[in-house]
Design a protein around this ligand. Structure first.
Ligand code: Z57
Length: 798
């Protein structure tokens, strides 16, 4: 039932109603901001009834619930996504335009909620949407960061970070739950009473819940994203205030709020700070309490927990949820220790997202004992029992004065999954080889996916329309239906229509770039796009080296028939990752020199767009011709941007890394530009003395490109600006940029050649679309439901 005090019949009326009664605005004075909020409220109303119905159905069925614990949810903007999933787009657009407003502008007025860094956080957001689409009863648990990922700008080519402020505006999609609060302890000591361990924390903080409904495709089901915010147990000290110490009166509150103040901007790099561990325990412990509260409301026997609860740890960040559950079951509920461990292991599963040693979390035991003394005892006890049962165990959670979170997550999990076939295989032979030998059934693969609602239907309306005209609209909820496009690639008329979609998307992007950044791009050029976090293993420096070499060759041979290219970069560097920041500056410096060269700038342009985020990805991906997925083989666990590009008709130039391998298998080797060493070859190459110097010496193009950087071509007057990069490339080169350069160059020239035959290229692009249906996150979530959670869909029971 809809709210009956409000006219629901007409969407227009609903917007006007909210403008007046929710926002208190006179339509005559309302700004875009007010209209956007009013529209959001009108959309939200259509979600709420379905949301409650889904929650009631879950209670009624006493269904198993899935809990997705993630430090990051990179949700981006929600208004359009919600409108699309409720199939309200036409109605909403008509209503908005009837008020004389620009619909697209209204959607873009919403701040981009960047509660995550990159792939891991965006995966969590796609998963939430697919869980709702599939009617799997599920909750996402995370942190309601007051400041999401920093805003990036450039000053003289260098990255400048500014705080991000998404909560400065009302966040319409959330419901505050003051009744759902938990008090969490930190520090203190462990006492023994009646032979039982009792944790006596030293300080306490409250976690308060904020719920955002997540609606699935066609609005059939809705789940909850519950984000925790820190607050003080006693937010205001009246005695201190009355004594005139106003700052001290609110000190406890300021401290508690610090916990959920800001997202750590590190991504796959070191972040071993006390506040980070505090954040991890804060949201994990609050979530565990919430899970137990919900279970115990309807069940008396805690041994049934694994039948009713599946907990997924998104990387090791929430790993402390395991020991916390053991602690509550054993210390507080009185179950025998081994039983508490068994129940915990029956509920918990862990997704590993990286094999990079610098990204595998570990904590010094001093810090850990200081913050979580009882958890350390519990971890030691589990580890010791494990060592006894398996005397040949080598990798344990404890040892060397550290707590290793990967090992901890593994031993407390029922299933451990990798995120692509290659990555899962490497888990078994490298970091988790020891564990895999002992528990050979624990590691499973679930290759990542992306939601087609946001990453095709929402972001690429032109392509979506063409697809719908060709094969109907069943693909949105069943992406493998895209295969039905395949026969049409033989139809010249259809291919023209496909090419026209890409051209129009590119024209839109050009308009936007001209408006926002004052740069005129050549829309006929091949749009070559690399957008992702800046990291050595992702090798943006390989891409820019190729650009330098190409520019040099174009200058040398100006009359050759060069394929015109626009190279677009986007991505943020962790503020403390200096090498990555050097790469950003280098790209900007190279762009400045090359773009200013009248001899080449019709054929080669380089653009680094600042502040890459979900919104920018939604603009760029539909307009891309070529997807750069050029990580050193063995280092990118999966990638998900790679899937979005393929799905939007941009073939990949890439290595055999992560899910690239599966993309290539599915779209066909002839529709994928492969280059580079395999993971195995890469490992072997590192052992070759002077591999970098040799590769450079053997390739005159690479020699000349490196020399240009070294001699200051891109940093006039300051030739040593990039000494660090040059030194790394010529000596260590752990990521094998030099070793892969020649083959990358070759593959890029194949791209040039293929793009010159536009019909063939369009066919290749269209086949990428037709064959990417498997990469829907619906497929991934079905896999988790079957192989990991044993969870059932409740669709149709709401
Ligand atoms: C992150 O975004 C990923 C892994 C991490 O360990 C951290 Br921390 C952050 C990424 C991987 O690098 C991608 O390859 C992968 O596609 C993504 O997680 C989702 O699995």
């Amino acid at each position: 039932m809809a709210r009956d005090d409000m006219p629901q019949s007409d969407f227009r009326d609903a917007i006007l109603w909210h403008l007046a009664y929710t926002l208190g605005k006179d339509p005559d004075h309302a700004q875009v901001f007010d209209w956007r909020l009013a529209l959001s409220h009108a959309v939200r109303d259509r979600i709420v009834d379905r949301w409650m119905a889904a929650t009631r159905a879950t209670y009624r069925a006493d269904a198993k619930r899935v809990y997705y614990l993630s430090m990051e949810f990179l949700i981006g903007r929600l208004l359009q996504d919600n409108i699309v999933n409720l199939q309200l787009a036409d109605e909403a657009q008509a209503a908005v335009e009837s008020f004389g407003l620009d619909y697209a502008g209204l959607l873009l007025d919403e701040p981009d909620a960047a509660l995550g860094n990159g792939g891991l956080g965006r995966l969590a957001a796609c998963f939430m949407e697919s869980l709702a689409t599939l009617g799997c009863p599920a909750y996402g648990y995370g942190i309601r960061y007051e400041h999401g990922l920093f805003r990036q700008s450039f000053a003289e080519g260098r990255q400048v970070e500014a705080p991000e402020d998404w909560l400065e505006q009302p966040f319409v999609w959330q419901f505050e739950r003051p009744e759902a609060r938990f008090t969490l302890g930190f520090g203190g000591r462990v006492a023994t009473r009646d032979g039982r361990a009792v944790w006596e924390p030293e300080s306490f903080v409250q976690a308060e819940a904020f719920d955002t409904p997540v609606i699935g495709w066609r609005g059939a089901w809705a789940n909850t994203l519950r984000l925790w915010a820190g607050r003080a147990v006693d937010p205001f000290d009246l005695d201190r205030f009355n004594a005139g110490d106003f700052a001290a009166a609110v000190e406890a509150e300021a401290l508690a709020r610090t916990i959920s103040r800001v997202l750590y901007p590190e991504d796959s790099t070191e972040k071993g700070k006390r506040l980070r561990l505090t954040q991890e325990y804060f949201f994990s412990a609050a979530s565990i309490r919430d899970i137990l509260r919900r279970f115990e409301a309807d069940h008396a026997d805690l041994r049934l927990l694994p039948q009713k609860v599946a907990i997924q740890l998104n990387d090791t960040h929430p790993a402390i949820a395991g020991p916390e559950l053991v602690r509550i079951l054993h210390d507080e509920r009185g179950l025998p220790f081994d039983e508490a461990v068994g129940i915990t292991r029956g509920c918990v599963n862990y997704t590993n997202h990286t094999l990079l040693p610098e990204a595998l979390e570990s904590w010094g035991e001093g810090l850990f004992a200081d913050l979580l003394p009882r958890h350390l005892q519990i971890i030691d006890r589990i580890d010791e029992a494990d060592a006894k049962a398996h005397p040949d165990r080598r990798n344990t959670a404890r040892g060397d004065g550290k707590v290793r979170m990967g090992e901890l997550s593994f031993i407390l999990s029922n299933r451990v999954n990798g995120v692509s076939a290659l990555h899962t295989g490497l888990m078994k032979t490298t970091v988790f080889a020891d564990q895999h030998r002992i528990w050979p059934d624990r590691i499973v693969n679930q290759t990542n996916g992306v939601t087609p609602r946001r990453w095709l239907l929402g972001c690429n309306p032109r392509l979506s329309r063409l697809i719908a005209q060709t094969i109907g609209d069943g693909w949105v909820g069943d992406l493998e239906q895209l295969h039905a496009l395949e026969p049409h690639v033989a139809d010249a008329g259809w291919l023209d229509a496909f090419a026209a979609v890409k051209a129009a998307n590119k024209a839109d992007l050009c308009d936007w770039i001209a408006r926002e950044h004052g740069v005129a791009l050549n829309p006929q050029a091949l749009f070559d796009v690399q957008i992702k976090r800046i990291h050595e293993y992702k090798r943006q420096h390989l891409n820019i080296l190729e650009a330098i070499a190409l520019w040099q060759e174009m200058r040398e041979n100006p009359s050759a028939d060069w394929t015109a290219r626009v190279k677009i970069f986007g991505g943020k560097a962790a503020p403390g990752y200096f090498f990555a920041k050097d790469i950003i500056r280098l790209i900007n410096d190279v762009a400045a020199v090359i773009n200013a060269d009248a001899a080449t700038n019709e054929k080669l342009q380089i653009l680094y767009l600042p502040n890459y985020n979900v919104t920018l990805a939604e603009r760029l991906i539909p307009a891309a011709d070529l997807s750069e997925q050029i990580s050193t083989a063995g280092k990118e666990a999966s990638g998900t941007g790679n899937m979005k590009f393929a799905l939007n008709g941009a073939p990949t130039i890439g290595t055999l890394d992560g899910a690239n391998v599966e993309i290539r298998e599915l779209v066909g080797a002839e529709n994928f530009f492969l280059f580079g060493l395999t993971a195995e070859e890469a490992e072997a190459r590192r052992a070759v003395p002077d591999h970098a110097a040799r590769a450079i010496a053997a390739d005159p193009r690479l020699t000349r490109a490196v020399e240009a950087i070294r001699s200051g071509t891109f940093s006039p007057g300051e030739p040593d600006r990039y000494a660090n990069i040059v030194e790394n490339l010529t000596r260590a080169d752990y990521f094998l940029v030099a070793s892969d350069f020649a083959d990358y160059w070759r593959a890029q020239r194949e791209v040039d050649f293929a793009y010159a035959n536009r019909t063939e290229w369009t066919r290749m692009a269209a086949l990428n679309v037709a064959r990417s249906g498997w990469f829907s996150s619906d497929r991934t979530i079905r896999g988790y439901m079957q192989d990991i959670w044993n969870a059932k869909s409740l669709l149709g029971q709401e």
